[in-house]
Write a protein that binds this ligand. Structure first.
Ligand code: ADP
Ligand code: ASP
Ligand code: MG
Length: 411
């Protein structure tokens, strides 16, 4: 008998019929003799709807109140699934995050799980009861409900699996695994049998929303066996593995395992800043002080002893960052500030890059052959990212998918 944590996402919980289907899958796992803890998301679209309501009332409202509202979507689906299980003769009990003592910090809207008291869940499992836990939420130090950021139910699933030392954490979703890229953008994308934690971390942090990045960090840190599977079709899914070489020889190893993209960034350029030591700190210091994360950075030196300084931030932070930069530009005597919202970031990820040169130039050539202009570049050991105009996103993803032969079966 194993202990399995199963997380079902928004599409899987999207209607009464689908919830009945999920109940059938949980019942089947119980019938095979396993202990099961279930984590669920709100019905698809529900969290968006709730946040829109909140922002319609007060767009600058407090994050605590936003969380109070956004967290209710999961409170509905836990109850519905518990009812559906009960109807099938499977003993079940629903719990919100606070009710099972998922303790977080007080960073509302992006809270981090700090501690989980697993007593209640263990007692239920021992008694043959299936706990159905609300994803995406926990309780802050002052007793308020805090949410874990969009896609946070994945993290709830993995965190519970870690706390319970589960044999596997299964993330059930609307695709049957992790693909070489989002199959909605490139229908020729191929499912990967395995992907390393390191690659999955990069893919998630660069925009592949199939797993929330924190869930991957958690799984890596606590060595939780993690698998992504489809709620709707049976299959092996994708195993996220700690085993970097996956048992293949270096020769067979594909250089690139996937392509990620992100449409959520915006670009800000401070034009014509006097080029002297300390400029980067003078521009980015105040942005950091405002608690805004900067992603990519490029500095170009012009011939006239001035420099253009360009960086990207999350679109949610754009307005605040723009305000800060307008002040900084005036203080520095810059010529002006330019902004662009029509950009996106496309990234190639693969542990095979470590041992191979020439990937970047192949990437740039492929994009150039389609007339796609690269505005910014950043690299690390296992990834290359470029910023391009967002109207080219689909074209760029498909071009790179083809150029790197990602359609072919992985050795
Ligand atoms: P859930 O509601 O189950 O959490 P999400 O919408 O958060 O589901 O994540 C699943 C979606 O992630 C898929 O429908 C797919 O469009 C998208 N996706 C992005 N990149 C990938 C990838 N590399 N492999 C698989 N799916 C991906
Ligand atoms: N319901 C939340 C969201 O839409 C959490 C999740 O689905 O993982 O972001
Ligand atoms: Mg998700």
């Amino acid at each position: 008998m194993s202990l399995i944590v199963q997380k079902y996402g928004g599409t899987s919980m999207g209607s009464v019929e689908r919830i009945e289907h999920v109940a059938g899958k949980v019942a089947q796992t119980r019938a095979q003799g396993h202990q099961v803890v279930v984590v669920v998301s709100a019905m698809s679209g529900e969290t968006d709807r709730l946040l829109k309501l909140a922002k319609a009332v007060n767009p600058r409202g407090s994050e605590r109140e936003f969380d109070q509202i956004a967290s209710t979507g999961e409170q509905v689906t836990i109850g519905l699934l518990a009812l559906a299980l009960d109807k099938r003769g499977v003993k079940a009990r629903s719990y919100t995050g606070p009710q099972v003592a998922i303790r977080t910090d007080s960073a509302y809207g992006k809270a981090r799980i700090q501690q989980i008291d697993d007593k209640r869940l263990r007692a239920d499992c021992e008694a043959g009861v299936v706990p159905v836990v609300a994803g995406f939420q926990g309780v802050s130090p002052d007793g308020s409900t805090a949410t874990l950021g969009r896609g946070g139910s994945d993290t709830t699933g993995v965190a519970l699996a870690a706390a319970l030392k589960a044999d596997e954490c299964q993330i059930y979703t609307d695709v049957d695994g992790v693909y070489t890229t989002d199959p909605r953008v490139e229908p020729k994308a191929r499912r990967l049998d395995k992907v390393t934690f390191e690659e999955m971390l990069e893919l998630a942090s660069l925009g592949s929303k199939v797993l929330q990045i924190r869930s991957v960090e958690f799984a890596g840190k606590y060595k939780v066996p993690l698998r992504v599977l489809s709620t709707f079709v049976d299959g092996p899914g994708t195993l996220i593995t700690l085993d970097e070489d996956n048992g293949r020889s270096a020769v067979e190893d594909p250089l690139i395992s996937g392509i990620a993209f992100n449409r959520d960034e915006a670009q800000i350029t401070v034009v014509g800043v006097p080029d002297r030591p300390g400029v980067a700190a003078a521009v980015l210091g105040p942005v950091g002080d405002a608690n805004i994360e900067v992603d990519m950075i490029v500095q170009n030196v012009a011939g006239d002893a001035t420099t253009d300084f360009t960086f990207t931030v999350h679109r949610n932070d754009f307005d605040r960052a723009h305000e800060v930069i307008k002040r900084v530009a005036a203080d520095l005597g810059a010529k002006g500030v330019r902004t662009a919202n029509d950009i996106c970031k496309v990234s190639l990820v693969g542990v095979g890059m470590r041992s191979h040169a020439g990937i970047a130039s192949k990437m740039f050539k492929a994009l150039a052959s389609d007339g796609i202009n690269i505005q910014m570049i950043s690299t690390s050991e296992i990834k290359i990212s470029v910023v391009i105009q967002d109207k080219y996103l689909e074209l760029a993803v498909r071009t790179l998918h083809k150029a790197f032969n990602l359609e072919q079966a992985r050795a």
